[in-house]
Every structure is written in structure tokens, then in C-alpha cells.
Design a binder for this molecule. Structure first.
Ligand SMILES: [Zn+2]
Length: 477
């Protein structure tokens, strides 16, 4: 694994594969949910072989999603189109076939309990199936689908050992930690046991590949120093390469100071290992800066994934929004339009609403997608707007919702991915002071805009204060 900061992208659906291909220069690793990996293993394996095989710095990881069977298991079902019955989704069925006991209890509408792992044998065997699935997913697909024609110049008995056909690291089975759950402490110790077992099994069975523990916590943990300490104490000395962290529904722009400080304190306590935030925005990217160095990488989804709720598992409808780079936030088209008008990037009294070369390219975004869309006319900004509609029935009423055409979707998506690439590049290459000053400057500009009441920019100021405190604390040590 390389030591530089990693930018990871969460794989969504097969339909998005062409975007993952087109945007390949904007990310390092793909994170794939295990149910997707099981369901469309051929498409994923083909992608890995075609796109990553000759690029050893790139690769994939599989999120085993073992927590999905722990609670709210009704969310694993969807309505069958033919019978109208609620049935376990096909991709989850595939995963149950692979993971087997005890999670196959959900077929009888029973979630798993902590007591299901009280036998070491059951725990060991379950761990092995979860790791083996991640380790072999691409290799197995090659064997069963004759994808080996793509790598025919490699001797067949050597194929299995090619690192590019395996994940960059394996994630041990894990469960959600919510201090409100009466079994919280038991789940915590089961998580720790799984990492220990995974570490041993990796040495014996999986070529010593790096093992990561995934720490998935309720947001309330961050507000409770005692809870943070408990988690740090449990995980910090364990044998593994690092941790992937996921705080349930932590939206960095909306989080309180206590939550963000709690997050920073959690990272500080675990810092002896490599740490990736599985769902993070620009605040997390800033935490990768060499002067702070609390994270080694950040992952996000294509359109809706800078934060994520733990339940429903892998759900959510992507919404096309415009990423407003100076304030590091995705906005509805209308809000973005008013902000651009406010800073005079758009002047509706001028022909074509003005020229993007006057303000937009210098101060908002100069990514290749924006240049392709806007050219020399700000009026082309409407290409970021969702203009189509779909209808949903709610409370016996039909509601109309905006829907993006495929062109709008692509415009928003590529601009977003290029903005993210730019953010990673800037955080990697600029002094921290300059980056924090940029946040201050943009806070000063935008916080004076008060016409849209539900838009607020205090988080920019909050982020700066928290990050300045992190560096200050380090200097005083
Ligand atoms: Zn752009």
C-alpha cells in the first residue's frame, strides 16, 4: 500500500461503470459493497482486470457489510414486482449464500445476536468465509467466466498470486456500535475478536494481506468522551494494519463543534495506525494534510456519498446537485445560481449572463467539465439544472420531483469528481495556512449573503477553528 494520501470512490451501480472508467484519473481505490460485488462480480472483475491490471497503484477493496444482518433486517427486503411480496433483495441473497451461518438466520426473519458468535469455531469459520470472499472475488470470476484471456500472457499457476487480482486490503467482519444498544459492549468485543482472527487467518491463508478493522459508530459516540476512550482503548493496540471509519450520517457541514472535535479526538487516539474515513467531505480531506495527518485517505460516493446513514444498507436515491467548490458543498441548482449571482459570476442583465473568464474560472471552478459546458457564456450554467420530472405517490397525493437528464447528471458528476480531485491535490500541495485562509476568505464572502435563509456557512469558520486547534495542540505537546 502506498504511503501517500488515498482518494477512494464508492462503487454504486453497474450503470455507473462508464463513469468509473471515464473518471479513472480522479481516484486511487474503488470501494465496493459486498452485496454488489457478489451480485455483479463479472462486471466488477472485468473492470478490475481491464482498468487496474496495468496500474498497480490503483485497486479495489470490498466492504463486507456484515453489520447488515445485525438489525433492521426488514430493510434487506424489497417488493417483488411479480408477486408484490416483500422478499430479500437478490444481491443480499447472494451474500447470504456466501457468508452462510449465522447470518442466514435472516431468511427466517431473525437478526443475528451476539450469542451467535460465542463459539470460537463459528466465529473462525464465519471470518474465513468473509475474508475468502473478498480475497477471491475477482480471481474466482476470472476462472468461471474465462476472463483470463485478458491476462493470457501470465502463466496460469501464477495468476492467483498477482496482487492486482486481489483487494488492496481485507476488512474483518464488523458490527455497528451504538451505545444505546444494550449489547454494545458485547458487539465491541466481537469486533475486536474478528480483527484478531482475521489477522491470523491472513498470515495462514491469504498471503499475509493487510487487515483493516472497520469501526462503524453512532454519531452520539462523538459527543461522549467516555465512549470515545472506550473505543480507542479497545482498538488501539490490536494487531492490524489500520482502520476504516464510518460515523453514521455524519454530515461535516451540519455537524456540531462537539461532534467534529469528538471525531478528531477519536482519530488522535487511533493514530498509530493507517486510518481512512469511508464517508467524508472536505473537512476529512483537510485532516489528511501533512501538518495534521490524522487521516491517510478519504472515500466518498459519486453523487450522494460524503456522508451515509448506516441504515438502510446501501440505499438512497442519487440526486444531481452542483458542487459549489469555494464552500465545499453540494447545492441545488437554484441556490448555486443565486450564490453565483450574488458574487457577480452571473449577471443576468448582461448578454449571455456575462463571461465565465471574468470571475467564474478564476474564483469558482476551472475544471475541464465547466470549461466544456460554459465556454464563454455564463448562461450555459443552466446545463447543471435538473429539468425533468418524475412523480411519486405519497399520502394519496401525487408529488412531482425534479429529475436530472443523463446530460445534467454527467455534467454535475464530472464537475464534482474533478472538484474532489482538485481538493485532494491542493491539500497535498499547499501549506495548511493557505488552505485555512481560503476557507476564511470564502466564509467572509458568502456569510454576508442572507437572502436564502436555509443556506448557512458557519461550518467554514467552525472547520478552521477546529483545525487551528489541532495544530496548536500538537505544537504545545
Ligand atoms: Zn467545474
Amino acid at each position: 500500500m502506498k504511503d501517500t494520501v488515498l482518494h477512494m470512490l464508492r462503487y454504486g451501480t453497474v450503470a455507473e461503470t462508464k463513469h468509473f472508467e471515464n473518471a479513472i484519473s480522479s481516484y486511487d481505490y474503488l470501494c465496493i459493497n459486498a452485496n454488489n460485488a457478489a451480485h455483479v462480480s463479472y462486471a466488477i472483475s472485468k473492470f478490475v482486470i481491464e482498468k487496474f491490471f496495468s496500474k498497480p497503484e490503483k485497486g479495489f477493496i470490498i466492504d463486507p457489510l456484515t453489520y447488515a444482518f445485525q438489525d433492521n433486517i426488514n430493510l434487506l427486503k424489497s417488493k417483488s414486482i411479480t408477486s408484490g411480496e416483500m422478499k430479500i433483495k437478490k444481491s443480499i441473497e447472494k451474500l447470504i449464500d456466501i457468508y452462510d451461518y449465522p447470518i442466514n438466520k435472516v431468511r427466517k426473519d431473525t437478526p443475528i445476536f451476539t450469542s451467535d458468535f460465542s463459539s470460537d469455531q463459528i466465529l473462525n469459520e464465519f471470518c474465513m468465509r468473509v475474508l475468502k470472499f473478498q480475497y477471491n472475488i475477482v480471481y474466482d470470476s476470472i476462472k468461471s467466466n474465462e476472463l483470463d484471456k485478458y491476462i493470457e500472457y501470465v502463466m496460469s499457476d501464477e495468476i492467483f498470486n498477482l496482487p492486482q487480482l486481489h483487494p488492496k486490503f481485507l476488512i474483518a467482519p464488523y458490527f455497528y456500535l451504538d451505545p444505546q444498544d444494550p449489547n454494545y459492549i458485547e458487539w465491541l468485543s466481537i469486533n475486536i475478536k474478528f480483527i484478531e482472527v482475521a489477522y491470523r487467518q491472513s498470515k495462514q491463508l491469504f498471503n499475509g494481506i493487510d487487515i483493516f478493522g472497520q469501526i462503524v459508530i453512532n454519531k452520539n459516540v462523538l459527543k461522549n468522551p467516555g465512549c470515545i476512550k472506550k473505543i480507542i482503548d479497545a482498538y488501539k493496540n490490536i494487531n492490524c494494519k489500520g482502520f476504516t471509519i464510518w460515523v453514521d450520517d455524519l454530515i461535516e457541514q451540519e455537524a456540531t463543534i462537539d461532534e467534529l472535535n469528538g471525531f478528531v479526538n477519536l482519530l488522535k487516539g487511533l493514530r498509530t495506525k493507517t486510518i481512512f474515513n469511508m464517508y467524508g467531505g472536505y473537512f476529512s480531506v483537510l485532516l489528511t494534510h501533512k501538518d495534521i495527518s490524522l487521516l491517510n485517505g478519504v472515500s466518498h460516493g459519486m453523487e450522494y456519498g460524503e456522508s451515509r446513514k448506516v441504515y438502510p444498507v446501501g440505499g438512497g436515491i442519487p440526486v444531481s446537485k452542483y458542487y459549489y467548490l469555494p464552500i465545499h458543498q453540494r447545492l441545488d441548482f437554484t441556490k448555486a445560481f443565486y450564490l453565483l449571482k450574488y458574487v457577480n459570476a452571473i449577471d443576468t442583465s448582461k448578454e449571455n449572463w456575462g463571461d465565465p473568464r471574468t470571475y467564474y474560472y478564476g474564483n469558482i471552478c476551472r475544471c475541464s467539465q465547466c470549461k466544456k459546458i460554459l465556454k464563454s457564456e455564463m448562461s450555459n450554467f443552466v446545463e447543471f439544472e435538473s429539468k425533468e420530472f418524475y412523480e411519486i405517490k405519497r399520502n394519496n397525493q401525487i408529488q412531482r420531483r425534479k429529475k436530472a437528464s443523463s446530460n445534467t447528471k454527467e455534467n454535475c458528476l464530472y464537475h464534482y469528481l474533478l472538484c474532489k480531485k482538485m481538493e485532494f491535490y491542493r491539500v497535498h500541495s499547499k501549506p495548511l495556512d493557505e488552505l485555512l485562509n481560503d476557507l476564511n476568505i470564502n466564509y467572509d464572502i458568502y456569510s454576508k449573503y442572507v437572502e436564502l435563509q436555509d443556506l448557512e456557512f458557519n461550518y467554514l469558520d467552525k472547520w478552521v477553528n477546529i483545525l487551528r486547534k489541532v495544530i496548536g495542540d500538537d505544537k504545545s505537546c
